[in-house]
Ligand binder design. Structure first.
Ligand SMILES: Nc1nc2c(ncn2[C@@H]2O[C@H](COP(=O)(O)OP(=O)(O)OP(=O)(O)O)[C@@H](O)[C@H]2O)c(=O)[nH]1
Ligand SMILES: [Mg+2]
Length: 469
């Protein structure tokens, strides 16, 4: 019988464990523990090759994991103990680096759990890092963005947040506001005393400056979101116009079936693409026409559904054929969507002039391509990029870009209360009023870093993490 180590402990002292590497076959797999039982559990399961058996912190130790029930070796591993506080969670951490296979990591996790650790919830390691004060909430949030980043640009934006750019900007705003508040409160508390007059002009100037900064950051959100979350983009049009050919050209793979037979594509085919740093979920769909059988009917239904949900539509037209009633019907259906018009088959004799299309789609980019010959593709990518971003966006380590709706909402709230404070100063309202608005701003500011964030919001944030992070 194995003896379990004492587990009657408060929740915050629980030791958590999880597999921290993706499940599957790989070079190594890592089982990670955090909490007070980490070291005792390691001592119980790990048999070092070399004596003495004491584990030195922050050193790799080579040895075996042994099943304590029967003494059988489970795997040859490298084990590292990291004693608190210099660890990711600021608690004792043990990582067991074993061979990467479905069964091995699972088995080692089971042994760890049998010794009194409990399965970690999604994001719980990072949540502990936050709760123990090692990182602020914006940094914790950026960890998940970092993991999920699909392009160099989204990675760079997550990186600036992890390095504390947003937090730093908030700290400097906070310092300024705290000074104003101190001044205002002294005057409110000791109105009779001879205190130096409040430098109102300077205060107004400073508030305006802060409001402008907030405004600038808020305005980066639309672009930032595009880089962080990516967009969905559906290729639509009549049958046989070359939709599947375009998908294949864009992803540089023969992914979708291409034939001269109209109605070839039935299901939605989805692939991810990097367009100048924007992660694009590209979908090829069934050509829109009066479906000839129930399979195609379902294909057309799905195609329309995807078009309705898409952030961007690539409306594809065969430029070597005259437009007809079917084209017009499709144009009407996607009238309100954000789109790029793609005139395909430019290698053939044109039957539709660019001018006619410009008249028909005065507000959209129109690009002429040949999917067959892979011509005009660079231009199409640029058109997609520009249709998504209103302006060129500079991604650099020191230029703050908002990507998170939570941050945008709080910053907007701060902008509102600061604007009210400024207006109050302009209108000569009472100092109590101004102080109240500044205090509300500081309260909102605390939500960004996680100082005044509710449990519900915290849970929502960490629920989106993967287990083991
Ligand atoms: N000449 C020429 N032919 C093209 C071009 N693009 C596609 N085609 C041809 O047009 C035919 C239809 O291409 P697909 O890519 O299957 O068209 P689709 O829009 O996906 O068709 P459905 O799936 O039936 O809706 C094929 O024979 C392609 O080789 C092009 O730029 N030039
Ligand atoms: Mg197709």
């Amino acid at each position: 019988m194995t003896e379990s180590i004492e587990i009657n402990i408060p929740i915050k002292d629980e030791t958590i464990a999880a597999i921290s590497t993706p499940l599957g076959e790989g070079g190594i797999g890592i089982v990670r523990m955090s909490g007070p039982l980490s070291e005792p559990i390691a001592q119980k399961l790990f048999k070092p090759k070399k004596t003495p058996s004491s584990l030195i912190s922050h050193h790799f130790h080579y040895g075996e994991i042994i099943n304590p029930i029967n003494g059988h070796p489970v795997d040859e591993v490298l084990l590292v103990l990291m004693k608190s506080p210099k660890t990711y969670t600021r608690e004792d951490i043990v990582e067991i680096h074993c061979h990467g296979g479905y069964f091995i990591v699972q088995k080692i996790l089971e042994l760890v759990l049998a010794q009194g650790a409990r399965m970690a919830l999604p994001g719980e390691f990072t949540k502990r890092a936050f709760l123990n004060g090692r990182i602020d909430l914006t940094q914790a949030e950026s960890v998940i963005d970092l993991i999920k980043a699909k392009t160099r640009e989204s990675l760079e934006i997550a990186g600036q947040q992890l390095r504390g750019l947003l937090y730093g900007e908030m700290t400097s705003i906070r310092e300024g506001l705290v000074q104003h508040l101190a001044l205002l409160e002294t005057h409110i508390d000791f109105p009779e005393e001879e205190i130096e007059a409040i430098p109102l002009t300077e205060m107004k100037k400073d508030l305006l400056n802060k409001i402008q900064k907030l405004d600038e950051w808020i305005s980066t959100y639309e672009e930032g979101r595009v880089f962080r979350e990516g967009i969905s983009c559906v290729i639509t049009g009549k049958t046989n116009v070359g939709k599947s050919s375009l998908l294949n050209v864009l992803i540089k793979q023969e992914r979708a079936i291409v034939t001269p037979i109209p109605g070839t594509t039935r299901d939605v085919i989805e692939e991810t693409l990097n367009i100048h740093g924007i992660p694009v979920r590209l979908m090829d769909t069934a050509g829109l026409r009066k479906a000839q059988d129930s399979i195609e009917q379902e294909g057309v239904r799905r195609a329309k559904e995807r078009v309705a949900d898409a952030d961007l539509v690539l409306l594809m037209i065969d430029g070597s054929r005259q437009l007809d009633g079917d084209d017009e019907e499709i144009f009407r259906e996607i009238d309100t969507k954000k789109k790029v018009v793609v005139l395909n088959k430019r290698d053939l004799i044109p039957k539709i002039s660019l001018e006619v299309m410009k008249d028909r789609f005065p507000n959209d980019s129109i690009v002429q391509i040949s999917a067959l010959k892979s011509e005009g593709i660079g231009e199409l990518k640029l058109a997609i990029y520009s249709s998504l971003l209103q302006r060129e966006i500079r991604i650099s380590p020191e230029h703050l870009i908002l990507t998170n709706i939570r941050h945008k909402t709080v910053l907007s709230q701060m902008k509102k209360t600061l604007s009210d404070a400024l207006m109050g100063l302009e209108e000569g309202r009472s100092l109590e009023f101004i102080a109240f608005e500044i205090r509300s701003t500081l309260n909102s500011l605390g939500e960004i870093a996680g100082e005044t964030t509710t449990e519900e919001v915290l849970n929502h944030i960490f629920d989106h993490f993967c287990i083991g992070k």
